[in-house]
Design a protein around this ligand. Structure first.
Ligand SMILES: CC(C)(COP(=O)(O)OP(=O)(O)OC[C@H]1O[C@@H](n2cnc3c(N)ncnc32)[C@H](O)[C@@H]1OP(=O)(O)O)[C@@H](O)C(=O)NCCC(=O)NCCS
Length: 184
């Protein structure tokens, strides 16, 4: 079978990326994600402040929050990340002060490239685009924030919204794709 794909294409062996070995930080992060109560909150507050590119005071990261590439994530003071929120900061994620992020929110800062039809998408690499969430934003449960988006100061993102474009400050957006439904 060699490096043939299931449909007969050829996976470019040379382009395969070596996986980074699991290190102590990864293990600590995985364990801390499960610790309940205020003990877990305190430990995660301290841990993310150390491993993120820049971390503010008083992070409230609930259980089962997961941050990929925390070394590329910055956050301000008084940020809440609710249960099961998943952030991929590979392309950079910047979160301001007093930001509330609901449960099961997903923040992507990278897309797979897919322009070349001959090469499987998994071997085409990524396009990285920073996500910025300004101060005093509230993101409702289950929202999905796509790469390159900036959510303006004081904006509200409705539950389940898929945010594909920048959100103006103090606006309320909802739906798929997210549209402005009102101003605050
Ligand atoms: C966005 C939100 C804050 C707006 O609340 P609101 O100001 O009371 O808005 P309204 O209920 O008056 O809705 C205004 C319109 O937007 C629509 N709308 C509201 N929220 C929506 C959503 N999440 N998705 C799609 N449409 C939505 C309403 O159906 C209504 O449409 P209509 O005018 O055609 O009837 C709220 O609906 C929401 O999504 N809250 C998030 C709750 C949550 O995730 N909590 C977790 C806590 S962290």
């Amino acid at each position: 079978m060699g490096n043939r794909t299931a449909t007969g294409g050829v996976a470019p062996e040379k382009k395969r990326r070596k996986k980074r070995p699991c290190n102590g930080r990864d293990i600590a992060q995985a364990v801390l994600e499960y610790i309940p109560s205020t003990l877990g909150l305190r430990l995660r507050n301290r841990f993310y402040r150390k491993i993120c590119l820049r971390g503010g005071r008083n992070l409230h990261a609930s259980r089962y929050v997961h941050i990929e590439c925390p070394e590329k994530m910055c956050y301000g003071d008084n940020v809440t990340l609710n249960m099961f929120t998943w952030i991929n900061a590979a392309g950079g994620v910047e979160i301001g002060n007093n930001v509330l992020i609901g449960p099961r929110v997903i923040i992507h800062s990278a897309n797979h490239r897919f322009a070349d039809r001959e090469t499987p998408i998994r071997y085409q690499g990524h396009e990285y685009r920073r996500v910025v969430i300004e101060d005093d934003v509230w993101i409702g449960g289950g929202a999905i924030i796509l790469p390159g988006v900036r959510i303006g100061k004081g904006a509200v993102v409705g539950a389940g919204a898929v945010v594909t474009k920048d959100v103006p400050p103090f606006s309320v957006v909802a739906g798929v794709p997210a549209r402005v439904i009102k101003e605050r």
